[in-house]
Design a protein around this ligand. Sequence first.
Ligand code: TXA
Ligand code: MG
Length: 353
Amino acid sequence: MMETIIGKIQKDQEKENRLIYEKAGQILRSGGLVAFPTETVYGLGGDALDEKASAKIYAAKGRPSDNPLIVHIADQKDLYELSCDVNEKALKLAEKFWPGPLTMILKKKDIVPNSITGGLGTVAIRMPSHPVAAELIRTSGVYIAAPSANTSGKPSPTKAEHVINDLSGKIDMIIEDDTVDIGVESTIVDLSEEIPTILRPGYITQEMLCEVLGEVRIDPAIEGSLKPGVVPKAPGMKYKHYAPNADLAIVEGQMEHVISYINDAAAKKEAQGFSVGIMATDETKNLYHTGEIRSVGSRNSEASVAHNLYALLREFDQMGVQYIYSESFSTNNVGQAVMNRLIKAAGHTIIEV
Ligand code: TXA
Ligand code: MG
C-alpha cells in the first residue's frame, strides 16, 4: 500500500490549487499515477509515453492489458504528435466538439507505445473540456493516458469518493473536484477506416456526428444486445462492465406493467430474505411499495439519468442490496449511452412485461 495524496480543488483558492497542479504534474512526469475529474467520469492518469506508467495503470485497475487506453491532450495541435494520419474528418470533429466528450481513433505514430494501444496500430485521443483536466495536462507537460478511475469491471467513478473507494493506497494522488457533469464515458468514433464508426455511444450522438461528417455507422456489436460471434471493435466493450455486486435486471414494457412487475418481484425477494434496490425515476418513485427505492433522474431528461446512473449503482452496492430492478429508459440523446451501459451492467438481463 502506498499513501495516496488527496488534493481538493477549491473556488477562489488560486495558490493552493496551483500547488495541487504542480505536485500532480511532478508525479506524472516521474512516472506516477494521478486520478482527476473530467466532464464525463474520473480518469486514472499516467504519462502516455512512459510504458512503466501505463503498466502501473493496468495493475492499479486490474485491467486486462489488451484493453487500450485513451490519450488525453490539451491542445488540438498535439494530434499531429500522436497520429500519422490526422485526416479531414478528424479536424472537422475536433473543431466542432473539442474540447469535449469525444474520443477519436486514429492511426498512431511510433512514439505511442504498443503497451497503451493493446498492440493495435491505432490510438484513442481525447481533449477534455473539464478545466481541472485541461490544467493538469498543461501543467504536467505530458500526454495523459487515462482510463476511467475505477477497479476494472465496476461502474465508472463520477465522484471523488468512488475513486477513493476503488484506488486509495494503489495510486499516488487523487484530485478532487465534484463537478463531473455528464456521468457516462466519452463517445468513441473510429476514423481510421473509410466510414466513421461509433465504437461506444456517449453524450455526442450519432446524429450530431452525422451533421458534421455525413455518414457515421454504429459498431453493430454495441447496438443493444451483443450477438454471439460479433466481436466489438473497441476491445473494452467486450468485457463485463459497469456492474454492481447485486444481480441487476432491467424491466421493460408499459410503465404500469413495469411498476407492478417490480413491486411483485421485490416483495417476493424480500419474503425470501433478500434485500432489494429499485432504480426508479422522479415520476415513478412514489409508486413503489417496498425495497430501497431511489430515483436515478427524470424520465424527461436523459442527461439527468446519465449523470446519476453510476453513482446510484455504487450506492446500491454500499447498501449491500442483493437484487436490483431497474426501469428501462429512453434512448434519445445521451439515453442511448445510458441504455448501453445499463444493459452491460445487467449482463443483458432484460425482462419484457
Ligand atoms: O470519458 C472517457 O472516455 C473516460 C475519461 C477518463 O476520459 N475514459 C474512459 O477510458 O472511459 P476507458 O479506458 O474506461 O475506456 C476506453 C475505451 C475502451 O473501451 C477501449 O477498448 C477503447 O476505449 N479504445 C482505446 N483505444 C482504442 C483503439 N485504439 N481502438 C479501439 N478502441 C480503443
Ligand atoms: Mg472504463
